[in-house]
Design a protein around this ligand. Sequence first.
Ligand SMILES: [Zn+2]
Length: 120
Amino acid sequence: MHEMSLVRSVVRIVTEEAEAAGAAKVTKVHIVLGEGRDIVVDYFESLFRFLARGTVAEGAEVVLHPTPYMARCNACGGEFHLIPVDRRTWTCPSCGAYKDYKLISGMEFYISKIEAAHSA
Ligand SMILES: [Zn+2]
């Protein structure tokens, strides 16, 4: 259940940021999430709702921004989309090199934006 610790840290960061900014309520939390992170989105969202209860982030909407799993070929420098569980996608479409790449995106996990409302 790695979602639990990720969501815990998200809630902690969001509440700290909101309190530091003097926000009364967090309305939206934008999270950039790499495809390779293997996160169960529904589970992530319900955990967030659960852990945010009683904090300024209670009721906030979680907006996930997925980034594709991308690789750069070591042989020709071409970039391509890769699906970790599908080995047919491990071949460079430009030159045919197999499993000879560096991952360039897809493991991101960070809060890109926190939207908050200030009390009147
Ligand atoms: Zn290549």
